[in-house]
Ligand binder design. Structure first.
Ligand code: HEC
Length: 304
């Protein structure tokens, strides 16, 4: 069965600029990037950045090595171990105290992005793993979320990607005290762009795309840049696309310009999950029409 979620026209500004008339790119001509999305369990920032747990901390801090530099190759194995409740890291920590039965540790996804001078177009494609029978988020079989900074505006996001917003005291994490506490960035604020812009596609019937941001907590509204977020289940695969006005224009919207390199990451909540029970990417980077030599986790978003 084909499931199509409603596309919502946002951003009046984008329409005024005439970009609502622009067509989506010919995706067959856009470079694809295979990404391993893996199950992170309770690997919050405090665990990742604690040397006793993770021997790589000096490499991250002193040598400025990004997660993807070391883990693009083994992200699948990390996910497999964590989801099964196996001990990981130097401290041999179990990062999933209640391993969900039958859940796979990772999913391969294909990422593509393009722009037309007015809008950024992003496309995710993956084959969903087998569904279980627990439905945490009853409305949405699938949610796809992308977060990005304002081009180096969030300290550390170039090294730790979405982990920047993931902490041990969040709901469903190890030290949770408040089951409503959502992700945040340390020292996050709308001033000076110290926030992660957040856009989300939700598959449920009647559900609207989310255009929010993350500062001291996660805000699920305020943005005006997201023009569309659509998802289609084609046979056994999901295809989710976003259209985002480059200029942004709302609260918690970063303007995307050609002179910067943006840090981003994304997550897929598969199988009616919520909170930390998602698959996540390591931190990646993108720029518009810009070649960056030697950084494998960089994606050049070219004009179509
Ligand atoms: C310099 C290479 C390097 C970098 C950079 C790095 N790691 Fe690691 N990571 C390792 C090694 C080596 C291990 C194995 C355990 C250890 O030595 O602590 C590991 C273990 C892990 C584990 C546990 C899985 C396992 O198999 O033990 C997770 C989760 C993890 N890293 C996530 C991250 C994240 C997220 C980042 C970015 C903030 C990151 N790593 C950056 C090298 C790295």
């Amino acid at each position: 069965m084909k499931r199509i979620a409603l596309a919502v026209m946002g951003a009046m500004s984008a329409m005024v600029a005439g970009s609502a008339l622009a067509a989506a790119p010919d995706w067959s001509k856009v470079t694809e990037r295979k990404v391993k999305l893996f199950y992170p369990g309770q690997s919050g920032m405090e665990w990742i950045m604690n040397k006793a747990d993770h021997s790589a901390v000096p490499d991250i801090v002193d040598k400025k090595r990004a997660c993807a530099k070391c883990h693009e190759g083994d992200a699948d194995e990390i996910g497999d171990k964590i989801v099964a409740g196996k001990p990981v890291g130097s401290s041999k920590t179990v990062l999933e105290p209640k391993p969900p039965a039958g859940k796979v540790g990772w999913i391969p996804a294909t990422f593509k992005a393009a722009h037309d001078g007015e809008k950024l177009y992003v496309r995710f494609e993956w084959v969903p793993p087998k569904n279980g029978d627990v439905k945490m988020d009853k409305k949405n079989e699938v949610k796809v979320t992308m977060m990005f900074d304002g081009g180096g505006t969030v300290e550390g996001a170039d090294l730790n990607g979405c982990w920047n917003t993931c902490h041990n005291d969040l709901r469903s994490m190890k030290d949770a005290k408040d089951d409503k506490k959502t992700k945040y960035t340390k020292g996050g604020s709308l001033d000076g762009g110290k926030f992660m812009d957040l856009i989300q596609y939700r598959s449920g019937k009647g559900e609207k795309p989310v255009d929010g941001y993350v500062t001291d907590k996660r805000y699920m509204e305020g943005g005006k840049g997201l023009v569309k977020a659509e998802g289609v289940k084609e046979g056994n695969k999901w295809v989710v696309t976003f259209e985002r006005a480059l200029a942004g224009g709302g609260k918690g919207d970063h303007a995307i310009t050609t002179d910067k390199i943006y840090n981003f990451g994304f997550a897929i909540h598969e199988d009616f999950t919520e909170a930390r029970y998602h698959y996540v990417s390591l931190g990646y980077q993108f720029g518009l029409d810009k070649t960056v030599e030697g950084v494998k986790y960089y994606y050049n978003v070219t004009k179509q």
